[in-house]
Design a protein around this ligand. Structure first.
Ligand SMILES: [Zn+2]
Length: 413
């Protein structure tokens, strides 16, 4: 009996091996090596002006172009392989000749077959050793179509689809407050319980916005926040608070690979007008969003906390400018810091710290500007670029929003 079993399993193994072998031979027959025509730089995640040249079999060199009006700022390495990827590996050299301004390889890259499920891929050299040239080595692809982008990517359209889905919840409203320079909608997602027993005047207002469009990990951080607010756990939050989300202050950026700017080449986190919105002083999208913020400030529920959502190296790093509710209506800001730490057993977030004044980017930035103009609590929420998945980023956002829920736990006076 044992003998028969061994013989039988050998027989089956043989058949499987034969099948695999046939499969491989068949694939090898079909695989066409990649050519420059397979690469596309103008998709939903693109890299404006990038050029590609063949170096060797499945080995290419991408030369990046720069952001509008900023010759030292490379566009991000975003592209698609639109066909023929299956069965090929890929060696990609990337260079930028714009001078020592900013590095395209400061953060990790990701790749995906569907533009939704991303996996990280890391630069071989890193920006500290090689700020103008680097290499990505991709494994053999199993499908023909491949998307590549920076951090954990998010296109404007992906964000738009999520916002439209959230807006189906009766407590969420998607406002279009204007249009970008290239005609994309400027969205603000608002979440609150319209039937809450807490009067609008007694609710806390929170405003979360991304200024630098290439800092996608901060987009996913906001996804984690919005998801939680609209979950059952967020019931009480929605009664006591009004949350606003701006995913892209520069919605024209992702398709061009602009890291920090809009079409005019303005750094979107240097676009605030601390003396008040001004169409002559400000770039278009910044003016539109600041006008909208100023309207919220005179609404029934003005903004209590404004969060500028960014990324830099390391875990999430919230830097605080203290507002008037801290240590008066609510406990001191240190209570908020303690709540945050207690919600964060895996240490995804650095201890909340008060920003040394004046360092920071000054009142033209979207954290300092509103603090300067209105005296409100402002948080520059940096870090988080070393999270390599959307899930980790979302988890960090959930910790932040749960902490806001716990600290702002009584109605406003
Ligand atoms: Zn930033």
């Amino acid at each position: 009996m044992l003998y028969f079993k061994q013989f039988y399993s050998l027989f089956i193994t043989g058949i499987i091996l034969a099948l695999i072998h046939t499969g491989c031979a068949d694939d090898q027959h079909r695989v066409t090596e990649l050519s420059v025509d397979d690469f596309y730089f103008n998709g939903l995640l693109g890299s404006h002006g990038a050029e590609i040249a063949r170096v060797d079999t499945n080995h290419f060199l991408i030369t990046l172009d720069h952001a509008p009006d900023n010759p030292q700022w490379p566009n991000k390495v975003n592209f698609e392989i639109r066909q023929n990827a299956k069965g090929n590996d890929l060696t990609l050299e990337v260079e930028f000749e714009g001078g020592p301004g900013m590095s395209f390889n400061e953060y990790h890259q990701s790749w995906s077959y569907d533009g939704e499920n991303w996996q990280p891929i890391h630069w071989e050299k890193g920006f500290r050793d090689s700020p103008q040239y680097d290499i990505l080595e991709f494994p053999v692809f199993e499908e023909d179509h491949v998307h590549v982008g920076t951090q954990v990517p998010m296109s404007f359209e992906t964000a738009e689809a999520m916002k439209q889905e959230w807006a189906e919840h009766p407590h969420a409203t998607l406002h279009t407050i204007g249009e970008s320079m290239q005609g994309r909608p400027l969205y603000r997602l608002e979440i609150t319980d319209p039937d809450s027993p807490v009067a609008p005047e007694q609710r806390w207002g929170h405003y979360f916005a991304n200024q630098h469009p290439g800092e996608h990990n901060s987009h996913w951080r906001m996804v984690g926040m919005a998801d939680w607010i609209l979950s059952d756990e967020g019931d009480e939050f929605r009664q006591r608070n009004v949350a606003h989300f701006i995913f892209f202050m520069s919605p024209d950026a992702p398709t061009h690979g602009w890291y920090r700017v809009n079409e005019e080449g303005i750094d979107m986190n240097r676009s605030y007008s601390p003396e008040g919105s001004d169409p002559d002083e400000q770039t278009h999208e910044a003016y539109e969003f600041q006008t909208d913020l100023e309207e919220l400030m005179v609404s029934e529920t003005p903004i209590t906390t404004i969060w500028a959502m960014h990324t830099w190296q390391g875990i999430v790093e919230p830097l605080l400018r203290v507002g008037p509710e801290m240590g008066t209506t609510l406990g001191p800001w240190e209570d908020f810091a303690e709540i945050m730490a207690s919600n964060d057993p895996d240490e995804l977030i650095k201890p909340l710290a008060v920003r040394d004044s004046p360092p920071g980017f000054g009142p033209v930035s979207w954290s300092d500007g509103p603090h300067h103009q209105f005296g409100i609590t402002a948080i520059l929420c940096e870090g988080g670029s070393t999270f390599y998945t959307s899930e980790k980023n979302m988890e960090s956002g959930e910790i932040l929003i749960r902490s806001i829920d716990e600290y702002y736990n009584i109605p406003k006076e």
